[in-house]
Write a protein that binds this ligand. Structure first.
Ligand code: NAD
Length: 355
């Protein structure tokens, strides 16, 4: 029986994770599967309860589970804490590192019924169907950092480090994924100015030779940011390093209508972590305004990637599509005159559609 650890976290995380569980329960009923759930503390909620955003007991529960479903963490209540205790730095980054989750997969697909919600013109948004594969445990966010006084002036240093091995393992993930899709990888770097990007490109080119059936091209990150809004349908699989991926995935997310639509999977270690691409949205937390679809679609990715339950994953994705086609919208998706449904209302509609 697959053991799923639920980490609702903070803000809207508390509202959206139960809606993904509704979808999983509907799948369990329809396909006679059984999921075992455990819930643990993470983020600000964990800090408030036990004084640390990633308690050792939570980490142990992560390791003891078959997959993890995370809501979101962080919020203004914890922004004053020392950096190491802030939910994002104190929980999210160490969680990824501890579990060896070096690859983040974020699909961005435009649903035809949501074309009007995209900030792009409909003819440009049409056909967006891409995946960003982001390196998650190296680069600038994990390199050595320091502050010092130099000639009486404060100076800060971050270090951007990548080894050839780190580049090859994320590259392989991207090429393997492209083989199951449209067989096209775009590698994004800044090889004109950054040394680690030159190593990135060198290793990706070498790897590309092992995948002669996959087309490979390279873009500088600034050009990629532009191409994503100019002609996003040109992309199939984008592979990039940690910080570039952080920025590009937020850009890609909004192209599809709302950041509340985008699921993600972080993989590479013994247990994978699934979470929506967005944060804890403190501005709408506790008001039943959050869109739970990104979390529900993350649960579908979990079924596919962790449990090899392709039919069940598709049932969730189809249900989401149907509910949107029927015109149901959370406030982030509602256009003029459309009456929005609540977070729980959307979750129930998807669960009914699965059933
Ligand atoms: P955010 O993603 O939380 O919110 C950005 C905007 O998108 C807000 O206007 C919010 O209302 C809206 N939004 C986000 N998710 C939505 C949803 N499901 N439905 C409808 N609207 C949605 O980003 P932020 O405001 O920059 O960060 C808020 C907090 O979340 C910060 O503490 C940040 O550090 C944290 N954060 C956590 C994660 C994570 O847990 N993985 C990721 C990003 C940010």
């Amino acid at each position: 029986m697959p053991k799923i650890l639920l980490l609702p976290g903070d803000g809207i995380g508390q509202e959206i994770v139960p809606e993904a569980v509704k979808a999983l329960d509907a799948v369990a009923r329809r396909y006679h599967a059984t999921f075992e759930y455990t819930t643990a503390l993470v983020g600000g909620a964990a800090y408030d309860a036990v004084g640390h955003p990633l308690p050792e007991s939570t980490l142990q529960q992560c390791r003891a589970s078959d997959a993890i479903l995370l809501g979101a963490i962080g919020g203004p209540k914890w922004d004053h804490l020392p950096v190491a205790l802030r939910p994002e730095v104190g929980a999210l980054l160490p969680l990824r590192k501890a579990l060896g989750l070096y690859g983040n997969i974020r699909p961005a697909v435009i649903y035809p019924s949501l074309a009007a919600a995209s900030p792009l013109k409909p003819e440009i948004a049409a056909g967006i169907d891409l995946v960003v594969v982001r390196e998650l445990t190296g680069g600038l966010y994990f390199g050595e950092k320091k502050r010092e006084l130099v000639n009486g002036e404060e100076r800060a240093t971050d270090t951007l480090v990548y080894s050839a091995g780190e580049i090859r393992r994320i590259g392989r993930l991207a090429f393997d994924l492209a083989r199951k899709r449209r067989k096209h990888v775009t590698s994004v770097d800044k090889a004109n100015v950054i040394e680690s990007s030159r190593l990135w490109r060198q290793e990706i080119v070498k790897l590309g030779a092992e995948y002669p059936d996959v087309a490979l091209d390279h873009l500088y990150v600034d050009n990629c940011a532009m191409q994503l809004v100019r002609r996003p349908s040109q992309f199939d699989v984008i592979v990039t390093e940690n910080m570039f991926g952080d920025i590009l995935t937020d850009e890609a997310s909004v192209l599809t209508g709302s950041i509340g639509m985008l699921p993600s999977a972080s993989i590479g270690g013994e247990v994978a972590l699934y979470e929506p691409a967005h944060g804890s949205a403190p501005d709408i937390a506790g008001q039943q305004k959050a869109n739970p679809l990104a979390t529900i679609l993350s649960a579908a990715m979990m079924l596919r990637l962790s449990f090899s339950m392709e039919t069940e994953a598709r049932a969730i994705e189809l249900a989401v599509r149907q509910v949107l086609e029927q015109g149901h919208r959370t406030p982030d998706l509602a256009q003029n005159g459309e009456r929005p449904v609540t977070t729980a209302g959307m979750g129930s509609l998807v669960a009914e559609a699965i059933s």
